[in-house]
Design a protein around this ligand. Structure first.
Ligand code: APR
Length: 303
């Protein structure tokens, strides 16, 4: 097999054929795109599932519309609903990676994961063992936070305490003071960081509607064009520009969808493989075809 060997056309649209692509070494640059559907089995609700999705369950917060909870202008006038939700979603020991997350870590361990683009903010890919340099968190994550006005980073431990109490942290409280004196922002120090507490709202570095995606997304999105196999898992592909990723690979690159429902342009290309149903079940089937099932279950148990 040389670099310019054309990807093998799938003999049939089955997981056995996909497994052959991997076992024969044709598929070595696998690009994966994931969404909230791979974390529902961990107990984290997704956004748009009719009954269980977050957007169906935010009624208690009487928002103008569900997505407002992640809308920047709404947050600026009323940050409380977001912080009520953040208490639910905040990553911590409470949630364990799923079998699907562990499968991605196996791909990386075997040198087959070209890049993982995730929309999720739960950091479960990292927790499963996917190396950070193989993950693009396209919608940011809860890993860091900062003041939305002066952009000064906010301490992670103090943030965790505020989130646990369902309270809204403000810039200047990172020193752990319970009360802050509203101070006029001092002149920027020569190192550019303003030392004053400006009293602005603190927000985790997750991408709200109305905010740009992280630079890393735009710098690395072209890696989707280098894929010789695309896996899309647990996403409705409703939110752009992320939703455009699966269409970036060449027409003849096989694409596999692990999802409860058919989404995006899947089904329109010759080598689309639709594995409709629970993604953990689909991943276990693929692991069986690959002969990785024992290793998958063992790795997951030992997390
Ligand atoms: N197995 C397979 N598919 C599942 C499972 C599961 N266990 N659970 C849910 N799904 C599917 C749903 O059927 C749906 O198609 O996963 C998809 C989840 O879609 P969304 O809830 O829209 O989540 P996502 O696609 O990640 O949302 C994208 O929208 O709100 C914004 O920024 C937020 O990143 C999020 C973006």
């Amino acid at each position: 097999i040389t670099e310019d060997t054309p990807p093998l056309t799938l003999s049939d649209r089955s997981l056995a054929a996909v497994a052959d692509l991997i076992k024969t070494g044709y598929a070595r640059r696998i690009v994966v795109m994931t969404g909230a559907g791979i974390s529902t089995a961990a107990g984290i609700p997704d956004f748009r599932s009719p009954e269980t999705g977050l957007y169906a369950n935010l009624a208690a917060l009487n928002l103008p519309e569900p997505e407002a909870v992640f809308d920047l202008s709404f947050f600026q006038q009323n940050p409380k609903p977001f912080y009520v939700l953040a208490r639910e979603l905040y990553p911590g020991a409470r949630y364990r990676p799923t079998v699907s997350h562990v499968f991605l870590a196996l791909l990386a361990r075997k040198g087959l994961l070209h890049m993982l683009f995730t929309q999720n903010i739960d950091c479960l890919e990292r927790a499963a063992g996917v190396p950070a340099d193989r993950i693009v968190e396209a919608h940011g994550s809860f890993a860091t936070q900062r003041c939305i006005d002066c952009k000064v980073p906010f301490d992670g431990e103090v943030m965790r305490a505020f989130v646990a109490r369902g309270e809204v942290p403000r810039c200047g409280q990172q020193q752990g003071q319970q009360q802050y004196q509203y101070q006029q922002p001092q002149q920027q120090r020569d190192d550019g960081a303003s030392s004053a507490a400006c009293g602005g709202l603190v927000k985790p570095d997750i991408v709200f509607f109305g905010e740009a995606l992280p630079r890393a997304f735009f710098e690395l999105m072209d890696m989707a064009k280098e894929a010789d196999l695309i896996l899309v898992m647990g996403t409705s592909l409703q939110v752009h520009p992320f939703a455009g990723l699966p269409n970036m690979a060449d027409e003849q690159v096989p694409r596999v969808l692990f999802n409860l429902e058919e989404v995006g342009s899947f089904g329109t290309q010759a080598d689309d493989v639709l594995v409709l149903g629970d993604c953990d079940g689909g991943v276990r089937q693929l692991a069986d075809e690959l002969g990785w099932r024992e290793e998958l279950e063992k790795t997951w148990r030992e997390l």
